[in-house]
Design a protein around this ligand. Structure first.
Ligand code: DHK
Length: 148
């Protein structure tokens, strides 16, 4: 069974807590549950993580090199600042999907340049939780192609 890691960055744990906010009404635990259900349906083992700390995220990416077939990452605010996360991702041999709940290109200019896209196989943005589920479906195809 493919082993997949989904890493969520700073403040993702606050999703759904602001009814007027950008990230919809689903709480982070609800988003995690939806991703776990989708991974099970697709026949993939999912490790789902969230941290507010850059070094913790880098440690997870490095660990995944030994054990995981694919990575999904929403680095949140670190997307626009972290060359260290980019370097960790560049050392990961499998497919990487960069995910964002919101359409980052419709937002402030400082969100328009992702440092981590250089390491990403693909990017999904602007579709909320549905985008995460689509990314999991795309990841299944990518790991199947690599294994086949
Ligand atoms: C999430 C965040 O927390 C922001 O810092 C990013 C991203 C966008 C998202 O859309 O999921 O700018």
């Amino acid at each position: 069974m493919p082993q997949i890691m989904f890493i969520n960055g700073p403040n993702a744990n606050l999703y759904g807590l602001d009814p007027a906010g950008t990230y919809g009404l689903q709480s982070f635990p609800q988003i995690e549950a939806a991703c776990r259900a989708k991974a099970t349906e697709l026949g993939m083992a999912l490790d789902f993580h969230q941290s507010n700390h850059e070094g913790v995220i880098i440690d997870w990416i490095q660990q995944a090199r030994q054990s995981h077939d694919g990575l999904l990452i929403n680095a949140a605010g670190l997307t626009y600042t972290s060359i260290a996360i980019l370097d960790a991702l560049l050392a990961f041999p499998g497919p990487i999907l960069e995910c964002h709940m919101s359409n980052i290109w419709k937002r402030e200019p400082f969100r328009h340049h992702s440092f981590i896209s250089k390491a990403a196989t693909g990017v999904i943005a602007g579709l909320g939780t549905d985008g995460y589920l689509l990314a999991l479906t795309a990841m299944k195809q990518l790991v199947d192609q690599k294994a086949g």
